[in-house]
Design a binder for this molecule. Structure first.
Ligand SMILES: [Zn+2]
Ligand SMILES: [Zn+2]
Length: 286
C-alpha cells in the first residue's frame, strides 16, 4: 500500500453530503417534534423502515462483504451470492474489489505500516480520514485474485448503482421525503459509521482475550451496533470463522442469521471457530 497524498474528491464529497444529512434530519426532527404518531419528529413507519434497511444493508456488509466474500466463512449458491453482493452495495462502501483488498491488507498488516486504517495513526484516521485519500496498491491483484475470477464481481458496478438507487427510492416510495432522508441517506451514513467503528473503536478500547499481536478488541456495544462485528479480537484470532461472538450471550446478530440460513439450507459448510474449546479466555481483561 502506498499513500499518494492526493485527496479522493468523489469519496470526500459523497461522505460530506451523507454526513450533512444528519444535520438536516436533526432539523427535520426538531421541527416535527411531538407531532402525533411520531418519535423524535419522524413517523413510526419511517423508523421501522430505517431499522429494516439498517438490518439488511448491514447484513450485506457483515454477512456478505466480510464473512463470505473476504473470509470465505461458509458456502452458498449463486443466487444468494448475488443477494449478498446487492445488499452490501446498498451501504455505499465501494465495490467488493476495493473492500476486500482493503480488508485483507488490514488483516495481513494489522496496526503496522501496511494497514490502511490503524487508529495508531489517530482515532479519526482509523475511523474515516484514511479513505479520503488515494492509495496505490501494488499487491491488489494478488490480494483479490480469487474473488475477481468471478464475472459477477468483476461486473459489480451496474448492480451497485441499482442497489444504491433502490436503497433511496424504496423508502421514498413508502414514506415520502422523510423516508428518503432517514431510511435512505441517514441510514447509509449510519451503517458506514457503524462499520468504521469496528476499525477505530474496535482497535482502541475493549477486552483483548486473545494474543493477536495487534490492537483489536471485543466490545458488546460495537457488537450490538455492527450486528456482531464488535467481537473483533476473536475475529483477528481466527479470521476464517464465520461466528464472531463466541459466548452464547454475545450480541452477534449475524451469527443467529447464519444459523437460521443454514437451517433453511441457503448456506452450508460453516467455518466454526478453531479454538472454540477449553483454552478460550473470553473474560480475561474484562
Ligand atoms: Zn481489525
Ligand atoms: Zn475480517
Amino acid at each position: 500500500m502506498k499513500y499518494t497524498g492526493k485527496i479522493n474528491w468523489i469519496v470526500t464529497l459523497t461522505v460530506t453530503v451523507i454526513n450533512l444529512s444528519f444535520l438536516v434530519a436533526a432539523w427535520y426532527g426538531y421541527s416535527h417534534f411531538g407531532e402525533p404518531g411520531t418519535f423524535l419528529g419522524f413517523q413510526c413507519l419511517t423508523w421501522g423502515l430505517f431499522l429494516f434497511m439498517y438490518f439488511i444493508g448491514g447484513l450485506g456488509i457483515t454477512l456478505g462483504y466480510h464473512r463470505y466474500f473476504t473470509h470465505s466463512g461458509f458456502k452458498t449458491s449463486r443466487w444468494f451470492q448475488f443477494v449478498l453482493m446487492f445488499l452490501g452495495s446498498m451501504s455505499l462502501q465501494g465495490n467488493l474489489e476495493e473492500w476486500v483488498n482493503n480488508h485483507r491488507h488490514h488483516h495481513r498488516d494489522s496496526d503496522k505500516d501496511g494497514d490502511p486504517h490503524s487508529p495508531r495513526h489517530g482515532f479519526l484516521h482509523g475511523h474515516m480520514l484514511w479513505f479520503l485519500y488515494e492509495y496505490e496498491w501494488p499487491e491488489e491483484k494478488k490480494m483479490v485474485n480469487d474473488i475477481m475470477k468471478d464475472p459477477m464481481i468483476r461486473n459489480q458496478m451496474p448492480v451497485s448503482v441499482i442497489a444504491a438507487v433502490s436503497g433511496l427510492a424504496v423508502p421514498y416510495l413508502i414514506a415520502g421525503w422523510e423516508g428518503f432522508l432517514l431510511a435512505g441517506v441517514c441510514r447509509i451514513g449510519w451503517v458506514q459509521h457503524v462499520t468504521w467503528l469496528v476499525n477505530s473503536w474496535g482497535h482502541t478500547w475493549g477486552r483483548r482475550p486473545w494474543p493477536t499481536g495487534e490492537d483489536s478488541t471485543n466490545t458488546h456495544l460495537i457488537g450490538l451496533l455492527a450486528l456482531g462485528e464488535g467481537y473483533h479480537n476473536n475475529h483477528h484470532y481466527d479470521d476464517r470463522a464465520c461466528i464472531h461472538g463466541w459466548n452464547w450471550y454475545d450480541l452477534d446478530t449475524t451469527k443467529w442469521v447464519i444459523y437460521g440460513l443454514e437451517k433453511l439450507g441457503i448456506i452450508w459448510d460453516l467455518q466454526m471457530p478453531k479454538h472454540w474449546r477449553k483454552d478460550r479466555k473470553e473474560t480475561v481483561g474484562a
